[in-house]
Design a protein around this ligand. Structure first.
Ligand SMILES: N[C@@H](CCC(=O)N[C@@H](CS)C(=O)NCC(=O)O)C(=O)O
Length: 291
């Protein structure tokens, strides 16, 4: 297969693009078939990208949000690793008792209602307003440095870790397209257009804000974990759990309360499956080496 890839690399770019598109298409269709899974009643199926060689069980902070929510709800769930992004072309999405739900926010809102998890949300208007702002700030703004340093920055990117479960031969065919897509998103979102100094100052401000709001509380709103904690833990854990000293990780490191917060929630809710999922990755990695 390596010879085929080398052969393709020496051909006319248009011919390569056509062959690459056909092979990548076939591969995506194959992984998409996983969405034709035999679903069981009362189990939530989370369809999300992975596994990867990152140090987190789910590479998407939005998938991690959904998983943490499902743990809190104490509802049986299964993760289906797939490239399938569903009809909104975004991951994750879930399937539950005959219904697809898209977007981590609406997944959590709708399942919380079905599962009667009202204690997750603030009831006082002032707190509820703060909860909305914190969550939207994290999901929509703090997200971009995570993407930028994982995918775009030459010194810190971990893109190779996303393809461990894919057959080796397909990687040179699908990776450039995915990478170009993510780079374009970072440009459009604006994160790529800052100077590094500006980017770092924004990240430092973001972490200062989160650390100050958390203060010495166990969770953002006191002793009980709430909806905005689900977002905050998921985004910060993705940034923190890497051995690459990205500016985002460095910024977290300067706030001991954020580090303790991440480790506390990770230990409490992911004591088993954080490592279990890394083992799954290792197994898949060995399998893809053999292909
Ligand atoms: N608002 C969505 C955001 C989901 C999202 O941006 N997912 C990323 C992966 S982390 C994705 O699907 N990116 C592919 C794309 O945007 O084309 C949610 O909360 O679920």
């Amino acid at each position: 297969m390596d010879q085929i890839v080398t052969f393709l690399q020496n051909q006319n770019p248009i011919a390569i693009a056509a062959v690459a598109a056909a092979l990548a298409g076939a591969y995506f269709l194959k992984t998409k078939k996983k969405s034709g899974y035999k679903y069981e009643k009362d189990i939530v199926y989370v369809i999300a990208i992975g596994p990867t060689d990152l140090q987190v069980p789910h590479p998407s902070p939005f998938a991690l949000k959904v998983i943490l929510f499902l743990k809190l709800a104490n509802v049986p769930y299964k993760v289906i690793y797939s490239m399938d992004r569903g009809e909104r072309n975004k991951m994750p999405y879930v399937y539950y008792n005959g219904e697809h739900i898209y977007d981590s926010h609406f997944i959590i809102k709708q399942l919380a209602k079905k599962l009667n998890m009202t204690n997750l949300f603030q009831t006082n208007d002032q707190e509820r307003a703060n909860e909305i702002l914190i969550r939207r700030f994290i999901d929509e703004a703090v997200y971009w440095p995570l993407v930028y340093y994982r995918w775009v920055d030459e010194k810190t990117n971990e893109t190779h870790k996303f393809f461990v479960a894919a057959p080796k031969w397909i990687v040179p065919l699908i990776k450039p397209r995915l990478l170009a897509g993510v780079k374009n998103q970072c440009y459009q979102a604006g994160i790529s257009r800052y100077t590094e100094e500006e980017r770092v100052s924004l990240i430092n401000d973001d972490m200062f804000a989160l650390s100050t709001i958390l203060g010495n509380k166990t969770y953002l709103f006191g002793d009980q974990i709430g909806y905005s904690d689900i977002s905050m833990f998921s985004m910060l854990a993705e940034m923190w759990t890497t051995d690459i000293p990205t500016p985002a990780r460095n910024a977290i490191l300067t706030h001991p309360n954020l580090v303790e917060y991440i480790e506390r929630i990770k230990t409490k809710y992911f004591s088993v499956d954080w490592d279990q999922s890394l083992t799954t990755t290792r197994k898949l990695k060995n399998k893809s080496k053999q292909q």
